[in-house]
Design a protein around this ligand. Structure first.
Ligand code: ATP
Length: 228
């Protein structure tokens, strides 16, 4: 049987960076068509530039990655491991997960975090609402109703991340909040007329008054860098 002939890739379908591989995506921010390898390279470089520009880390620093098991924090763990090795940041990275006690939701995603722990060879610390507050999120919802559950959960989780980090003797927590999350926070603070929080919501690094913990969101401004 004759070998099936490979269809030549049209020039318009080629990656606009390497001009050799087939483009598999069009970046929404600049409509650039990229292949998988070039997208990884460009995205990792953007995060590295953010880290350098904002001077997020110092050599030898111990950093806790807020690991929810979702896509953003999983990508964050993977990228920080890659960049730490590639650019010799000298960071000690630890995965920190908060188990809010939401049956059928967090227990599933914790399984993903445990897989990440093995894959990225990072220590993992799991801190639960039950241990910290003696309440699970399911119990809080059963008492106070579902309406305000996100408010309670957000506040408790922020505090739990701080307490989990302190337990490990770590003073820097990074999270996978991205540009969409930032836009959401800006809109929320605008509608509330909360000018004090408005300024903070676009910063890559924040610190609550009275807390020794620094918080950073390396994906917050990834969209600011232009074409490569
Ligand atoms: N249970 C948790 N334990 C540790 N960190 C968390 C937890 N939930 C959220 N975070 C941190 O806060 C970030 C933003 O959380 P959010 O709930 O908005 O989820 P998201 O934007 O879907 O992110 P992800 O895809 O990582 O879950 C996450 O990327 C993660 O770094």
């Amino acid at each position: 049987m004759p070998e099936p002939t490979k269809k030549p890739v049209k020039v318009s379908q080629l990656c606009e960076l390497c001009h050799s591989r087939k483009a598999v995506m069009k970046r929404p921010k600049n409509l650039q068509k990229l292949c998988k390898q070039c997208f990884f390279h460009v995205f990792e470089t953007e995060i590295h530039l953010t880290i350098k520009k904002e001077q997020l880390f110092h050599k030898g620093e111990r950093v806790a990655i807020g690991a929810s098991g979702g896509k953003d924090s999983t990508v964050l763990a993977s990228i920080l491991k890659t960049l730490n090795e590639r650019y010799n940041y000298g960071l000690e990275l630890v995965l920190l997960s908060i188990d809010e006690g939401i049956v059928g939701y967090r227990d599933d995603s914790l399984a993903t975090v445990k897989r990440n722990q093995k894959q990225y060879e990072m220590p993992l610390e799991i801190v639960s609402y039950r241990d910290l507050y003696n309440w699970t999120m399911d119990e809080i919802v059963a008492c106070s109703g579902i309406k305000s559950s996100c408010t309670y959960c957000g506040v408790l989780r922020r505090q739990a991340l701080d307490r989990g980090a302190l337990k490990l003797g770590i003073y820097h927590v990074v999270t996978g909040h991205n540009a969409d999350d930032m836009a959401e926070t800006v809109l929320m603070n605008l509608l509330r007329g909360d000018t004090a929080r408005l300024e903070n919501s676009v910063n890559v690094t924040t610190k609550s008054s009275g807390s020794p913990i620094k918080r950073s969101k390396p994906f917050n401004v990834a969209e600011e860098f232009g074409k490569y």
